[in-house]
Design a protein around this ligand. Structure first.
Ligand code: ASP
Length: 348
């Protein structure tokens, strides 16, 4: 286990922060006695079957610096008072442009040698959401999902219709070659060589990105973006664009972004299950995430994890896979508590 706790000097800027909770009839975190954090942020870059021995020091450094950069961007925005919804979108855009991850540039190939991108975004203040699946040819699927939420009367577009919507909204196009990377292509070739033989090994499949945030006004948001699973069949939809399975935000409880074996996350409605445990079962964020990941999704045979933040700014980074690329920052008083980590095992 290689948790690296980095406690840097407190941020000098002083903000005037509101502590109003949006829904007095639902306590922000059922079992919490702590005052609400000023803001909080958590990021993932995918979960999978990797241990320390699978990544050489250079690769570890590359992941550490990509996650740290994304964390710094989100922190700076939250410190300036930006809304959580903007923060999660902008952080995920940065990760979509980073070819280390399976989202945007660097997305995995389908069995047909294409990239079909999935993304969703959720706003805890309004409980509105937007999602796209099977999107092709747009650089930032997360921003197309945001446009679906903000500029349409619908919440979910697929395939050709998603592309048409993106075009009419002026979303930034990108050539198919923008998404191609040698790492994803090598995985595709390895998977193709196995067709009809062994299944694609789990460690070859994943690397979704996601971000959750609580902002200074007490609003929560979540965003998730992925290329899906290596060698997925044309038209296959995972959990990442499915609000309630891969993404969730509700100011009464939490914001959650998931990563892992999508079929199992859909079958157990992971992100909504975490919310419901908090809302109806009075569970804390940590306990709700652990129950869902281990006793529901994991018990069926799935694997992966979630990053989550509660309405009072607690953060949970929970996974039952060997590793999960993850990072978080919480500002409590003048102190910012940060962590960036990759490996497990997760100790329940
Ligand atoms: N959950 C994603 C999917 O099933 C993959 C991942 O998170 O790695 O499409």
């Amino acid at each position: 286990m290689t948790f690296s706790f980095k406690l840097r000097a407190p941020i000098a800027a002083t903000l005037v922060l509101g502590f109003g909770c949006t829904s007095p009839e639902h306590p922000s975190s059922p079992s919490s006695t702590q005052p609400r954090a000023e803001w909080a942020l958590a990021i993932h870059g995918g979960a999978g079957h990797f241990g320390e021995e699978d990544l050489n020091p250079e690769q570890q450094k590359a992941y550490d610096s990509s996650l740290s950069r994304a964390l710094e961007l989100g922190e700076a925005m939250l410190e300036r008072g930006s809304p959580a919804l903007d923060v999660v979108e902008i952080v995920v855009r940065m990760l979509e442009d980073d070819s280390l991850f399976n989202a945007g540039r660097g997305a995995v190939f389908t069995s047909e040698g294409t990239h079909e991108l999935d993304a969703s975004i959720a706003d805890g203040a309004t409980r509105n959401c937007g999602a796209v699946t099977g999107l092709q040819g747009y650089r930032h699927p997360i921003s197309v999902a945001r446009l679906v939420m903000d500029s349409s009367e619908h919440v979910f577009f697929s395939g050709h219709g998603a592309g048409e919507f993106a075009r009419t909204q002026g979303a930034e196009p990108a050539d198919a070659s923008w998404f191609d990377t040698s790492k994803a292509y090598e995985r595709y070739l390895r998977a193709a060589a196995r067709e009809g033989d062994d299944p694609v090994p789990l460690e070859e499949k994943r690397g979704t990105v996601g971000c959750v945030a609580l902002d200074a006004s007490g609003n929560l948001a979540a965003a998730t973006s992925t290329g899906g699973m290596t060698y997925k069949r044309h038209g296959r939809i995972g959990d990442s664009p499915v609000v309630g399975a891969g993404t969730w935000a509700d100011n009464r409880t939490c914001a959650v972004s998931a990563t892992g074996w999508g079929e199992y996350f859909i079958r157990t409605g992971v992100t909504q299950d975490i919310h419901s445990r908090m809302l109806h079962g009075n569970q804390s964020l940590q306990s709700a995430c652990e129950s869902t990941i281990f006793d529901e999704m994991g018990a069926l045979g799935g694997d992966g994890g979630v990053v989550a933040v509660s309405a009072d700014g607690q953060v949970a980074l929970v996974f039952n896979s060997a590793g999960m690329f993850r990072a978080s920052a919480v500002k409590q008083g003048q102190e910012v508590n940060r962590q960036v980590a990759m490996f497990g095992p997760y100790q329940r």
